[in-house]
Design a protein around this ligand. Structure first.
Ligand SMILES: [Zn+2]
Length: 405
């Protein structure tokens, strides 16, 4: 089949976030992309080499639900050269009936090594047994597993399997800074709703959300003034096409809301910049940019719009960051005794900087008397005193303390 579309760039493949492939606009759904990726890896050995050079370790989580063809490509083409491929998951918990199921063929051939942990956090009985063993309080409360309706004991089990392929080379990363090889390490940053909550609380104001440009899903919203005017619409569309290449931008074409309503709506949603374009602006070859954080309104020549928007966004980003940092500094107090600690945390509701001896008992006393817990032991240590804020013994660390809200 041969489909030709003059407006389409066939050198680029796009993901269309659906399950369908669209040959007209040359975009692919999830499964289509997988097929293409697999075929490319099979066909171009250079791609395999790039992957091998770039990644020492590749882990596939929830492997039991990973497409078998994908898994096979990783195991047959990529593993064992310089890259260790690991599979993590449990066949018992497969969501899809036609999931990959077993990798027995690979373990039988000793291509994969298996580590099996017979229990995980879903094993309620084992978890409760363990809690009983480690609880030191003797209040006489016995813990037991409570099953939901229609649930059986056998439903409360789980296990974890980790398979890995072996390569001769130890996994290392090359550090650009030190120009020497170091063991790989990783961190896990649980990006969760908490973080979103923190952004809302740190930046929001009485008009609603205020999002830093670098993370805002929409960085600029174009609001055409006078939707009935065709010149305005086509100019707004032109502006969108220019900006859409480098910014996350949208046009508000809703015709069932007033312009005033739209302004408030986008302010409330925290979009960093609103771009207004109306019949008068078109005559002047300009548009108006309104900044969410300050409300400042600037006329911008349409010929410079990309550069100007970039400047505005970067200024907003810096202003918001600086103002947050200043707020944190204003709400951080240094203390050297527990009474002062309690007083300042009540008054300022921010962080307390205080020295700590390292003894958990002192940490517990702080929690009991002030409600604050240790939040961070900064790498960059200052010495605000020699003594622990609680016991007065020699202090080991400067710690930031705070209450959890
Ligand atoms: Zn102490």
């Amino acid at each position: 089949m041969w489909v030709q579309n003059e407006n389409c760039d066939y050198k680029k493949i796009r993901y269309n976030e659906t399950v369908f492939n669209n040959f007209k606009e040359f975009s692919f759904g999830h499964d289509g992309l997988l097929v293409i990726a697999i075929e490319m890896i099979k066909k171009y050995p250079l791609l395999v080499k790039i992957i091998n050079d770039k990644f020492d370790i590749i882990f596939i989580d929830e492997f039991q639900d990973t497409n078998y063809d994908v898994l096979k490509v990783f195991l047959d083409k990529i593993a064992f050269i310089n890259t260790t491929v690991g599979l993590f998951g449990d066949e018992m918990q497969a969501i899809y009936k036609d999931g990959i199921g077993s990798v027995k063929e690979y373990t039988d051939n000793r291509k994969l090594v298996l580590i099996e942990k017979p229990a995980n956090y879903r094993c309620s009985y084992e978890v409760v047994d363990l809690i009983k063993k480690i609880r030191s309080d003797k209040v006489g409360i016995d813990q037991e597993v409570v099953l939901k309706q229609n649930e059986k004991e056998s439903d409360r089990h789980g296990s974890v399997k980790l398979y890995y392929s072996i390569v001769d080379k130890k996994p290392v990363i090359k550090s650009d800074k030190n120009e020497k090889e170091e063991y790989a390490y990783q961190t896990s940053w649980g990006i969760s709703t908490r973080l979103i909550g923190a952004i809302i609380m740190a930046h929001g104001d009485n008009r609603g959300l205020k999002l830093p440009p670098e993370i805002a899903p929409i960085q600029a919203i174009i609001v055409p003034i006078s939707l009935s005017n065709e010149d305005v619409i086509s100019k707004a569309k032109e502006l969108f096409d220019v900006l859409n290449k480098n910014f996350r931008v949208e046009i508000d074409k809703r015709d069932n809301y007033s312009t005033g309503y739209k302004f408030n709506d986008w302010e409330m949603k925290g979009v960093p910049v609103r771009i207004e374009i109306g019949p008068k602006d078109i005559l002047e070859n300009q548009c108006m940019a309104v900044e969410r954080d300050t409300g400042d309104k600037t006329a911008i020549n349409l010929d410079n719009i990309e550069d100007e928007l970039r400047k505005i966004l970067s200024n907003i980003q810096k202003r918001m960051f600086d103002s947050c940092k200043k707020n944190k500094e204003n709400r951080t107090s240094s203390v050297d005794n527990l009474d002062e600690f309690a007083e300042k945390i009540n008054k300022n509701q921010g962080y307390i900087k205080a020295m700590w001896c390292g003894d958990e008992k002192c940490e517990a006393e702080i929690r009991d008397k002030t409600g604050a817990k240790s939040r961070c032991i900064p790498f960059k240590q200052e010495k605000i005193s020699d003594k622990c804020v609680v016991c007065g013994k020699k202090a080991k660390h400067l710690v930031f303390w705070g209450r959890q809200y």
